[in-house]
Design a binder for this molecule. Structure first.
Ligand SMILES: NC(=O)C1=CN([C@@H]2O[C@H](COP(=O)(O)OP(=O)(O)OC[C@H]3O[C@@H](n4cnc5c(N)ncnc54)[C@H](OP(=O)(O)O)[C@@H]3O)[C@@H](O)[C@H]2O)C=CC1
Ligand SMILES: CC(=O)N[C@@H](CCC(=O)OP(=O)(O)O)C(=O)O
Length: 393
């Protein structure tokens, strides 16, 4: 089976990356692309790297009547936050009737109204649509994604941070309810539209934090960690702009409760060990692990035990590479791929655990994960079209 797919926002970085991936996806027919200021132009004029690979012209993404003519099974929305919320109430219900399924890359459907309005500073999407949307962190919520009609693709930072912390959340290591995260992103995370903050002369050979204390991905991370940990979570997230094009490195600091030990089998990612949005909080995987031997005691090495916990959590998850103790991830080891590399460190002196996660913000943090979700929704192998070896050096 093949699927007809449309990309709205195809003239942006995330949408352009979607088109790059979909152009070589063996089961996809790309039937439409749309933009805004570049509407009417050939895709290859907007993105010359796609010359000879995509022959479509950009339609106007803001026109609701575009949807009446769309003969697509799946529509990706890669529009600025706020635009999906404005567009969907009008176009999604009739499209859903026709069997169209939507994957939205913006932040519009990830948070409930109050939280969205507080952190994004604009009116939230229709609450019914937000409630219908399945949070699309592929590794954790694959069961619900498979049958979803509307998917809220995760934010770039939350993808890295949640993959880094999910095993600890499920295993009860976040019982204190507080986490500190120090995260850095390449400038493509800010989108293609020019702004002073992302101009070469401002970014080159510079490095600085931004949106301190007010990053809009904070409530998203808190929400999902809360589902996994079975308790309210507070996350201190500080984001930094790296003078590179692609990549996110998230460094997450956790002080587990006294006496906590990593255990094997704390629940599997995407299996029964994690709870999807809208369901009762709790951690069946953690409960199932309660009677097991602490690996730390068995192995006598907390670093090895932590590694065992992560290996077991991400067993069978092709895009997560858990690095052995002593190895650390780097953005250059995942660039251009849908991989998330995770490194672990247990510091016996302070009792803190540090978890590092590296992703490509445009691939696993946006377009790649959106394609992974398409694969799940269409019933294909989740790696279809995503067999991408990182570009190095
Ligand atoms: N960049 C990243 O790493 C990530 C981005 N995202 C999310 O993906 C979405 C797109 O981001 P990104 O690609 O970076 O942004 P860009 O600014 O690069 O692209 C925005 C796209 O939306 C179109 N657009 C702009 N304004 C409107 C409008 N009023 N109506 C309809 N279309 C419009 C643009 O068209 P045109 O160029 O023709 O004017 C362009 O195609 C955002 O919601 C972002 O949060 C999520 C995760 C990571
Ligand atoms: C480097 C950079 O500026 N990154 C952006 C990522 C924004 C994003 O992806 O927006 P959503 O809220 O729609 O997920 C930021 O930090 O705001």
């Amino acid at each position: 089976m093949t699927a007809r797919v449309a990309v709205l926002g195809a003239s942006g970085y995330a949408g352009g990356e979607l088109v790059r991936l979909l152009a070589r996806h063996p089961r996809v027919e790309l039937v439409a692309v749309a933009g805004s200021s570049r509407a009417g132009e050939p895709m290859a004029a907007v993105f010359p790297h796609l010359r000879g690979l995509v022959s479509l012209d950009l339609a106007d993404a803001a026109r609701p009547d575009l949807w009446d003519r769309l003969e697509a099974d799946f529509v990706f929305l890669a529009l600025p936050s706020g635009q999906a919320a404005a567009l969907l109430p009008q176009v999604f219900p009739p499209a859903r009737e026709r069997g169209v399924r939507v994957i939205d890359l913006s932040g519009d459907l990830r948070l409930p109204r109050q939280s969205y309005e507080a952190w994004y500073g604009r009116p939230a999407a229709d609450p019914a649509l937000q409630a219908e949307a399945v949070y699309g962190l592929s590794e954790l919520f694959s069961d619900r994604i498979r049958t979803a009609r509307l998917v809220a693709n995760p934010g770039c930072y939350p993808t890295a941070i949640l993959l880094a912390l999910a095993p600890l959340a499920v295993a009860g290591a976040l019982a204190g309810g507080q986490v500190v995260v120090d995260a850095k992103s390449g400038v493509s995370g800010a989108g293609r539209s020019a702004s002073l903050a992302t101009a070469f002369a401002e970014v080159n050979e510079n490095f600085a934090p931004y949106k301190v204390g007010r990053h809009q991905h904070t409530p998203e991370v808190e929400q999902v960690l809360g589902w996994l940990a079975g308790r309210d979570m507070t996350v201190l997230l500080t984001t930094h702009l790296l003078p590179v094009t692609r990549g996110i490195l998230a460094t997450c600091y956790v002080r587990p409760p006294a006496g906590w030990q990593p255990r094997s089998g704390p629940g599997r990612a995407g299996g029964q060990g994690t709870r999807p949005p809208g369901q009762e909080r709790g951690c069946p995987g953690g409960e199932a692990a309660a009677g097991q031997e602490p690996l730390a005691e068995a192995a006598g090495d907390p670093g090895e035990a932590l590694y065992g916990l992560y290996r077991s959590f991400y067993a069978g998850k092709p895009f997560v590479r858990v690095l052995p103790p002593g190895q650390v991830p780097a953005i250059k080891h995942v660039q251009g791929s849908n991989l998330c590399d995770i490194g672990l460190h247990y510091d016996p002196r302070t009792g803190w655990i540090t978890v590092f996660a590296a992703i490509d913000n445009l691939v696993k943090g946006a377009a790649g994960q959106a394609v992974q979700n398409l694969n799940l929704m269409a019933g294909w192998d989740e790696t279809t079209g995503l067999d991408l070896v990182p570009l190095f050096p």
